[in-house]
Design a protein around this ligand. Structure first.
Ligand SMILES: [Zn+2]
Length: 317
């Protein structure tokens, strides 16, 4: 689900593309009028065709090549010379003078603003929108490239920022989601339509707080992993809770109040490692404390956006 900030950015991009196309079409119409001395009908055709072609090309370029983001990043680099760009995003491999505050706490329909008061908010990469946990994972991945290259990986609900890292490092993987039509496979994580022992590694970040039965999901992940297979998993953790909090909440406002976000159906607690372990995994935490300071390894932006990423090994057969 897109945030309000992402939606307004898309609207701004669409407006900018329309203005650019309008300018190009006007120039084309003027050229047609002045140089070729054609009639109003032909001028209008030239205007309409130019507008449509320029708009289509811009949308294609922006969607496929991050053109607008690259232009904005270039301007950022001109304004902020190398020495002043002290923050680094390992997901998109770019450095910045600061990370961004997406003001998620202003979207009160989707988020509980009370959960955004204890953390720094300027923690989102302005280029690829990585949060601290994704930059922590990218740093871990940098140190484990050969393991990743030699593993058959299934990535549930692939994150844009991490996919940038995987593509840059030429690591092949299969993506899956129940709703996202852009992924390779349409899979229900609580009833995965794949044979036992199909994959060496499953990556599953911020999925379990959305699904109907997290236990079924963990059981299914264990089933499709090969013996000794690896699971990288993270989800919102409320450090004030002993254990997972889940209860029926049909109304979105109720889910915002209980779990912090209108499409979450639970929030996990301090016993998360033991809980994963009870489904047949050995559990290690990827240590955010060992990551470089310039990736800003703090939790956030929400209180439940833990920097704990669990690196698990399948122990059961
Ligand atoms: Zn980034």
């Amino acid at each position: 689900m897109r945030t309000k900030a992402e939606k307004s950015k898309q609207i701004r991009n669409a407006l900018a593309a329309s203005v650019a196309a309008l300018l190009c079409a006007t120039v084309a119409a003027l050229i047609a009028k002045l140089c070729f001395k054609v009639g109003a009908y032909v001028v209008f055709i030239a205007f309409a065709i130019s507008f449509a072609v320029v708009l289509a090309v811009l949308i294609l370029l922006w969607k496929k090549t991050d053109l607008l983001r690259k232009i904005l990043y270039l301007l950022h680099c001109v304004k902020n010379p190398k020495g002043s760009r002290k923050y680094f995003c390992p997901c998109c491999n770019r450095d910045f003078s600061s990370f961004s505050d997406l003001k998620l706490y202003e979207d009160t329909e989707r988020y509980d603003p009370a959960r955004f008061r204890k953390q720094r908010q300027d923690v989102i990469c302005p280029f690829c929108y990585s949060a601290p946990r994704q930059r922590i994972l990218a740093c871990w991945a940098e140190a484990n490239v050969s393991l990743l290259k030699n593993s058959k990986i299934l990535y549930f609900a692939p994150e844009y920022s991490m996919m940038k890292w995987f593509r840059r490092n030429n690591i092949k993987l299969t993506t899956a989601d129940l709703f996202d039509p852009k992924t390779d496979l349409k899979l229900d994580i609580t009833d995965i339509d794949l044979p036992d022992g199909s994959y060496d590694m499953v990556i599953c970040n911020h999925v379990l707080e959305h699904v109907s039965d997290y236990g079924k999901a963990l059981t299914e992940i264990g089933r499709i992993l090969k013996p000794g297979g690896k699971l990288i998993i993270s989800f919102p953790i409320d450090p004030s809770l002993d254990t997972v909090l889940e209860k029926p909440a049909e109304i979105p406002e109720e889910r915002v109040r209980l779990f912090g976000q209108n499409d979450h159906v639970r929030v996990f607690g301090r016993d998360s490692a033991e809980l994963i372990g009870s489904y047949g995994f050995s559990v290690n935490v990827i240590d955010a404390g060992k990551m470089p300071g310039n990736i800003l390894p703090v939790t956030g932006p929400a209180d439940y956006d833990s920097d704990q990423i669990f690196y698990c090994g399948k122990t059961s057969k």
